[in-house]
Design a protein around this ligand. Sequence first.
Ligand code: TPP
Length: 484
Amino acid sequence: MSQYHCPDAQTVQKLRDIANKLRIHSIQATDASKSGHPTSCCSAAEIMSVLFFNTMRYTIEEPKHPNNDRFVLSKGHAAPILYAAWAEAGLFPESELLKLRKIDSDLEGHPTPRLNFVDVATGSLGQGLSCAAGMAYTGKYFDKADYRVFCLIGDGESAEGSIWEAMAFASHYKLDNLVAIFDVNRLGQSEPTSLQHELEVYRARAEAFGWNALIVDGHSVEELTKTFWAATQVQGKPTCIVAKTFKGQGVPGIADEENWHGKPLGAKSEAAIKAIQENIINKGPHGVSPAPISKTLSPIKMSVQLASPPAYKLGENVATRLAYGTGLVKIGKSNDRVVAMDGDTKNSTFAQKFKIVRQSKNDQVTVVASCVTLFEAMKAADSLAASGVNIRIIDPFTIKPIDAATIIASAQETGGKIITVEDHYAEGGIGSAVSCAVSEQRNIIVKRLYVPEIPRSGPSGELLEKYGISASCIVKAVQSILSA
Ligand SMILES: Cc1ncc(C[n+]2csc(CCOP(=O)(O)OP(=O)(O)O)c2C)c(N)n1
């Protein structure tokens, strides 16, 4: 176990000074844009200062270096302080900060990946921790790298259920490279949060979700440096830092007051900045660099190459998703960082060489089906083939976007006849999407099999039959469309 070395007094003061400079930048930038959230920035100033100038390891020359620690600002409305931190770190001139929210500036009201130091867009509250957990999972299990992931969450935001789904995920996968910081400034947008400063409740909840949880004074750089260090010592669990802060901290008359959410300070700015400046000892450049990234790591393999060249014949037509799937497999063979993700559909996507699932030169009908109905369609195809009728089967993979080109091309090759089959109501599913996709085509008809009423419980085979989406129903539908 490594020893904690408290930063010397000079460094501590520099971190305090940086925090106050970040406050001033946030006030000035939101004043310049006449919009934004300066008080939400002020509560996080020491957290950001310690993270960016003491704890996190990154190279300023390459904000997306694969070995850098990651930072996700889940409370994305505090974007001005994120931008201020990167400007203070030297990524771009401080003067840029005054372009906040201007139409031609990438320093938008909420962070987006248009910026080279932002991995995921945030601002819709509750989403950042899921992204951070995914990054930490990738770091621990795929990259096997030692970069860490930090995620700053608002206390009001922490009421979102998705935060707790991510908490459960992170502890289940023992993401000890993940640190969530709850900025518990007591106030939400329109009123105090339900827990206000009940820090022990936050701690108990985080612990109940399997996290290592630490309460800290979020305005004490000494406590923060120690707590962030402590988080690195914990194995097998993510760490939740419950930081007691005050909204608008540092601004007399505004700190911890209601009705200051999302408002530039305007006429009160000058006095606010003067008050904050009085606390800054080192007025000039702070001269603090971020902690260096790990030197012991071999750089993560970033090259994306096919393991073998494409093997298509000139002029051969190949469905895009088939080519995509084939290409993805080849890329994956050459780079183990390539990850294909889907929503529990790996047995119905390209990963198992699906997209057009079944085809022949003399298909008479195109059947579009998915999940359970896809298997029913396969059974129907076998049964129909025995009587000399071939059908083409497409798994749409997604309905938004729908692969209209493939569906239209298939329909044209199968006499303009399409049957959709879904374990879903008539509206808003495969049938609707396919009908919409072919609506401007001549000579294509769509027959739709779907669940016509509120379904009951029962054995799945009987239910498929009862609601008309079983293999035998597909066979009948094919016979019917062919005889029409
Ligand atoms: C999903 C979602 N709901 C509502 C909002 C609007 N909104 C923006 S900031 C905010 C309050 C956030 O409070 P808190 O998380 O405590 O952050 P603070 O500003 O106090 O740091 C709300 C409700 C949003 N951005 N996203």
